[in-house]
Design a protein around this ligand. Sequence first.
Ligand code: NDP
Ligand code: 2IT
Length: 445
Amino acid sequence: MAIIHEILESVRKRNAGEPEFLQAATEVLESIEPAVQRHKKYVEGRVLERLVEPERVIIFRVPWQDDKGQYRINRGFRIQMNSAIGPYKGGLRFHPTVNLSILKFLAFEQVFKNSLTTLPMGGGKGGSDFDPKGKSDNEVMRFCQSFMTELFRHIGPDTDVPAGDIGVGGREIGYLYGQYKRLANESTGVLTGKGINWGGSLIRPEATGYGCVYFAEEMLKTRGESLAGKVCTVSGSGNAAQFTVEKLIQVGAKPVTMSDSNGFIYDKNGINQEKLEWIKNLKNVRRGRIKEYADEFGVEYVEGQRPWILACQCAFPCATQNEINGEDAARLLKNGCYLVSEAANMPSDPDAIHQFLAAKILYGPGKAANAGGVATSGLEMSQNSMRLPWTREEVDKRLHHIMVTIHKNAWDTAADYGQPGNLLVGANIAGFTKVADAMLDQGLV
Ligand code: NDP
Ligand code: 2IT
């Protein structure tokens, strides 16, 4: 459709040097073409041009002092992408690779993902090029306090509610929340992923991984199958990966790999709950490297590679963007993989996605498959507003229901637009139309 290509051309010119943002914008805009063709109001209302322009971008200096007394300076960001259906909502990433392009891609994805959750949340993302690796708890605390000293004036429980992402887990949320509370002089649900004793929700730590496996089960159900007995490769060993593996174990699947940025371990007998607890301690407490698992349990460690070289039936990318390229995808398909459920954001590059869709395997795009994390953040916000916590079973039941609903919505929408089974098209169109209609209802904003 000419109009979409014109808009994308302009987006490329206006955002040159932002490859990740352009990748995300291109994928979404190209895939929603059937909806734009069917409903002229989106073109007339200039909705696409508005969607690719963040409502607000905040960039700030984060000065902090290391343990040696040296001054250090990092860059902080918050992208407030779209508030059409609720307060900005999305995680904070602390990683040396963080830049405007990466956070804009994540914020853009978040808008459609949050729309799919069925909860009233707009989209945002933030973070810093700060690297928590090798830093002491005190250094991380001083950094978080400085970061929040600027961010606090831009967020609030009804304005913008950050959470975790890569490099931001329970420890960081604690320090960020403590500083927000001092500055704002109020105890509100301004961050999610809080500790269970101070406003957090049960199941929030588990939610991204559990949700991604629930989504995979829904995909398999369309073929009359389940995860029981399936050999699964998993990348990453952080929050998303740990609880993906935990749920895979619970449903009787066989997770055989986990990784970090140095390499992956291959446990051909399957990672069991006991070994997973060891990994949780390694990664969340000792903050060590995944290689130590191979030494501890006498299994294979493959340095400098990702798990996609192995044969598996199902793959769960849980680390980072573009971690499955075209070559990886071809190898996965050749080795018999027929389900990819993305816990990470944009882990498959455009070539990989193209191959998955062409092969008609079960492909669950991140904004649908990993929406359980932010959905449970939404449930944390609900509990904070009620000042009443739900039980573990209650939150898990709601999470499961949301994942089933997202799958059904993406599945039905794909069929409605003539592309049955294409969950990428289904998720993008379903996420888009809700936000776009809200924007039109609210006038030129
Ligand atoms: P964590 O920081 O807990 O874990 C990240 C994991 O990914 C680590 O094992 C890390 O290895 C690895 N990793 C990070 N960057 C790279 C890289 N450039 N190359 C190779 N490996 C890398 O983060 P999460 O588990 O929270 O996040 C993982 C993915 O899930 C991200 O894409 C995130 O956006 C997505 N996600 C997270 C949600 C959440 O609620 N936390 C919700 C939805 C999606 P190393 O230690 O070596 O860096
Ligand atoms: O990518 C994501 O959805 C997250 N990192 C979780 C965001 C949130 O607000 O819980």
